[in-house]
Design a binder for this molecule. Structure first.
Ligand code: UGA
Length: 445
């Protein structure tokens, strides 16, 4: 099939590349000329394992191309995916200006039957707005052309994007036209090997499914963070509790790891947007408001533990003179993404308390500089270098290289063997055995 994907962000670039990999002819479109020029020369704007190889191969084989010419791309394609950003507006609601702008462009340039697919995460009712925007342009041009709008939310995770896209747990298609739903099924059939879960439903339910999924996952995380905090007060072990509850097939083991709070470009934004959507319907989504509040609090936990350890002497900058080494800056491993990363809140607070901060991250240093500038020092090469003469190590992101480190080396480098672990990477009993003061979440030695 000939398709175009408008917006070459995370979702658009991965979707376009994977559709090309399954044999389609794909044109990826973006307004950012530098980005498109880069992609044409094989430069991938994001760090995502496996993506580069796929882009190179499919470009070389002529199935994947990049352009800023939206009009030409739309004219040549049966299906146009809209995968542009929906940043949160001032009030938390999703800002649809890019999505509707693209819809108008499509209406301005289409010449025959088109399937227009909302791939971006958009609030319930957006497909109707897209339809109106396209129809408005057709009316203005005085032409009568057929088109269908489809909602096809994306569930891929950063860091595992290619795998998630190629072997999805499910694909959701919201369509009100049987013929169009069949075409979408055909497009996705190469990816239906792991499960055969292609779920066709009405458009509004498809739009809601995306928000409900992310809100549910965020709820699990906030819930587990509170259970961990309570375990800590009661001398219980949250890892054991996770095993205990996860074995119930209705609950499951996944996504029950306490941490420094959820971040990234999706959960915080989508939780806010769903609260806002509910508000617009006159409904108070109390539960989600708490999920958000708990998350804000959780991001502040690690610096408070550090402050508690070194003693709050009442000075305005009680951690002045202390150096904290930080492992991990990105919002999660295997990505360089710093959007809404808990490290931002944690490090800002440590700086406010007067601490000197040195941070290591294998991929996110360039992005992190945009947030902290020269106020902290960075390393992306050797995770041990930043430990020399530091007063404590704080672990924020669970990169694999932090999971089984050389503890002897850590001890030799730190002023005193103290670790604040925001991801529960090590066993408290073992840490005690090897002489570390070890603070984690919801577990006592
Ligand atoms: C999330 C969803 O998992 C995807 O299904 C969805 O498609 C995507 O948002 C989106 O809407 O585009 P992503 O933001 O890439 O994907 O990251 P996740 O792996 O879901 O992690 C989100 C946050 O939750 C991270 O900050 C992570 O550290 C935190 N987390 C996750 C925990 O604190 N505990 C856990 O047990 C799991």
């Amino acid at each position: 099939m000939r398709i175009c994907v408008i917006g070459t962000g995370y979702v658009g670039l991965v979707a376009g590349t994977c559709f090309a990999e399954s044999g389609n002819n794909v044109i990826c479109v973006d307004v950012d000329e530098a980005k498109i020029e880069g992609l044409r020369n094989g430069v991938i704007p994001i760090y995502e394992p496996g993506l580069k190889e796929l882009v190179h191969r499919n470009s070389a084989e002529g199935r994947l191309s990049f352009t800023t010419d939206l009009a030409a791309a739309v004219k040549e394609s049966l299906i146009s995916f809209i995968a542009v950003g929906t940043p949160p507006g001032e009030d938390g609601s999703a800002d649809l200006k890019h999505v509707l702008g693209v819809a108008r462009e499509i209406g301005r340039h289409m010449e025959g039957f088109k399937i227009i697919v909302d791939k971006s995460t958009v609030p319930v009712g957006t497909a109707d707005k897209v339809r109106q925007a396209v129809q408005g342009e057709l009316d203005r041009r005085g032409v009568s052309l057929e088109f269908d709008v489809v909602s096809n939310p994306e569930f891929l995770k950063e860091g595992a994007a290619i795998d998630d896209f190629m072997k999805p747990d499910r694909v959701v298609i919201g369509a009100d036209n049987v013929r169009t739903a069949e075409i979408m099924k055909e497009l996705y059939s190469p990816f239906m090997r792991k499960t055969n879960r292609l779920i066709v439903m009405d458009i509004r339910s498809a739009e809601m499914t995306k928000y409900a999924a992310n809100a549910m996952l965020a709820t699990r995380i906030s819930f587990m963070n509170q259970i961990a905090n309570l375990c800590e007060l009661m001398n219980a072990d949250v890892s054991a509790v996770r095993e205990g509850i996860g074995s119930d097939s209705r609950i499951g083991y996944d996504f029950l790891f306490p941490g420094v709070g959820y971040g990234g470009s999706c959960f915080p934004k989508d939780v806010k947007a769903l609260i806002k959507t509910a508000e617009e319907c006159g409904y108070d989504f109390l539960l989600l408001k708490s999920v958000e509040q708990v998350n804000e609090r959780q991001k502040r936990l690690l610096p408070e533990k550090i402050l508690g350890y070194f003693g709050n002497n009442g000075a305005s900058r009680p951690l002045a003179g202390k150096t904290i080494a930080v492992w991990g800056l990105s919002f999660k491993p295997r990505t360089d993404d710093m959007r809404e990363a808990p490290s931002i809140v944690i490090i800002e607070r440590l700086l406010e308390l007067g601490a000197t901060v040195r941070a290591h991250d294998p991929e996110a240093v360039r992005e992190a500089r945009k947030f902290f500038g020269d106020r902290i020092t960075y390393s992306s090469s050797n995770q041990y270098d930043i430990l020399a003469e530091a007063d404590a190590l704080a672990i924020i992101t669970e990169w694999n290289e932090y999971r089984n480190p050389d503890f002897e080396r850590i001890r030799a480098l730190l002023r005193q063997p103290v670790i604040f672990d925001g991801r529960n990477l090590y066993k408290p009993a073992r840490m005690q055995e090897i002489g570390f003061e070890y603070f984690s979440l919801g577990r006592t030695p």
